[in-house]
Design a protein around this ligand. Structure first.
Ligand SMILES: [Zn+2]
Length: 329
């Protein structure tokens, strides 16, 4: 919105003579043409959110992710000048929030994007809107300053919220409401898209409920918290050794005693499935995967970003199928 307003205002200020010569009509038609050519643009932090929103908006808006590569790790992604150009075009930004994709914050500020929706705000375990409001507040609030450098990463909060179908449901509803206001021309397309998303979400929840029904009491060990919401929805008990996945996610070394406890738990038959994240893993992740392979514990992999050539719900259904197959072993 701000960008579009800037486009109209700037030529009026810069070249009043041209505007006067062309009279009101050229300014009006020029604006309409520019608006419909460029269209409404949504920029997302990762290709995960781009895929969800593409299904929602259909061809009523352009959706562009900053991270589109399946191999990039959003946790420590460094934005480029090209990414800034992408964000500069945004009428609406949709991101994860909660410190996960904080590389977006500076670009949003510098682009002056007014409309930002963060998925974490629709997660029932997120410590609340207070942190979200502090996000762009570099003022005198002490707690905001304290979290300045780790960008409001909240200790103990699992920020991989797109693996939680309820969060996706809330996010999509919020984006739909926002788009009805910001891009009313697209409302019909978005309403149709919302029906598709709802039916895909229902199907995904049904797949996970099937796993829960068939595998009551089964357990999961996570090398990184990426799939915890997903496995919880599938009814699995989290038996990850305390401190293991947090250390891996934060890029710290896993303490030797913790690593030993982890490999012992896996070798000892306490773990039904090992859920690994190769995107952010190091030698400790490899050590527990090796332990699982030796003990005959099935390993499945969940990633931070959407694998190439997949769409969000196809990917999630593949994940559910891989999990069901692993538990059936
Ligand atoms: Zn992660």
């Amino acid at each position: 919105m701000l960008n579009r307003r800037a486009l109209i205002v700037a030529p009026l200020l810069a070249v009043p003579a041209l505007i006067l010569a062309g009279c009101g009509s050229s300014a009006d038609s020029g604006f309409d043409a520019a608006a419909s050519d460029a269209g409404f643009t949504i920029v997302t932090s990762t290709n995960v959110y781009a895929s969800i929103l593409q299904e929602l908006v259909g061809d009523s808006a352009t959706v562009t992710p900053v991270i589109s590569s399946a191999s990039a790790d959003p946790h420590d992604y460094e934005a480029t000048a090209r990414d800034q150009l992408t964000v500069d075009d945004a009428d609406l930004v949709v991101m994860n929030g909660g410190g996960y994709d904080s590389f977006m914050d500076k670009m949003i500020d510098s682009a002056g994007v007014d409309h930002v929706i963060s998925a974490v705000d629709y997660n029932s375990t997120y410590p609340g809107a207070d942190a979200a409001e502090d996000e762009h507040d570099h003022g005198d609030d002490e707690s905001a300053d304290e979290h300045d450098h780790d960008h409001e990463h909240i200790e103990g909060f699992n920020e991989h919220v797109w693996y939680d179908p309820h969060t996706v449901e809330g996010l999509v509803a919020a984006v739909q409401t926002e788009l009805d206001e910001l891009n009313p021309d697209g409302s019909d397309a978005v309403a149709t898209g919302a029906e598709k998303v709802t039916s895909d979400l229902d199907a995904l929840e049904a797949s996970l409920a099937d796993i829960a029904a068939d595998h009551t009491g089964d357990t999961a060990f996570f090398t990184e918290p990426v799939g915890a919401y997903f496995a919880e929805e599938a009814g699995l008990e989290d038996v990850t050794t305390e401190g293991f996945s947090e250390a891996v996610e934060e890029g710290q070394d896993v303490a030797p005693a913790t690593l030993l406890a982890a490999t012992n738990a896996i070798s000892g038959g306490d773990v039904s499935v090992l859920i690994a994240n190769a995107q952010t893993g190091g030698s400790e992740t490899e050590a527990v995967i090796d332990a699982a392979n030796e003990a005959g514990v099935p390993v499945i992999e969940l990633t931070e970003t959407l694998p190439d050539g997949e769409d969000f719900f196809g990917w999630m259904q593949d994940n559910a199928k891989n999990l069901a197959d692993a538990l059936a072993e």
